[in-house]
Design a protein around this ligand. Sequence first.
Ligand code: ZN
Length: 283
Amino acid sequence: MSNGTRIDPEEREPRAIKIRQPKHTGRKIFLSVLGVLCAAAVIGAGVFAYVNFGDYFEFDKFGKTEEESQSSESEISEESEPEEPVVPEEPESVPESSSEPEIPEEPIVPEEPVVEEDPIPRDEWFMLLVNRENPLPEDFGVETVLIDNENHTVDSRIAEDLSAMISAGEAEGLDFIFYTAYRSVNKQRELFEAGKTDAAPGTSEHNCGLAVDIGCRTGEFDGSPEEAWLLAHAHEYGFILRYPEGKEDITGFSHEPWHFRYVGKEQAKLIFESGLCLEEYLA
Ligand SMILES: [Zn+2]
């Protein structure tokens, strides 16, 4: 019996141990559940990060492939993506020209505005700049024609417009007279050496045949109706007041209300409206 009693406690002890074992298994289960939860949390975080950041970084790639490879999505591979940035340039050129072969003609267009930036025909004969810093050559020659009965001549190419201007003024009751017109470079030298002019040979606009000194038969020209009419209408016939008041330092000549210079109708209008002297206009 004693053995039985001894056995009982021995049996109880293992039982007690067995009772303790469920406690350990409970903790293990608890810890394992926590582990599973932690693992699930880590996996969930990873999935969350992959879904968000993964889609974010790969969105561009997928976005490009979907837009740029609408016709052939399967053909385009990852290797073709670096070459695709060139594609956006095509949509820009497409609306400009419906057909692709016309694209090479477009680069010519930018060259045209370059010409438009400088509408002044500087190389034309009527835009010739003559002043103290830009003298005419010794052998400068020009075809001239008479403009009155006093042997005044001008470049034959301006005679028609000059005659039209004088006739228009005379039609309004005005009376003009020419004081000076074309003067050869040699004649300019004679006057310069004689001290009759301060303009050296080739530096006077009269040497080129494009300028005339206009006066009136009835009194002073300065302040006359003839002067007022020329100031208002000379540009309509291609002439400008060459030495305006206030431009002496630029033109190199004092104000000469009688000196008119031919520059062509188009340029005369532009210069007249700009208020610039010829040196400023050509600068
Ligand atoms: Zn003059």
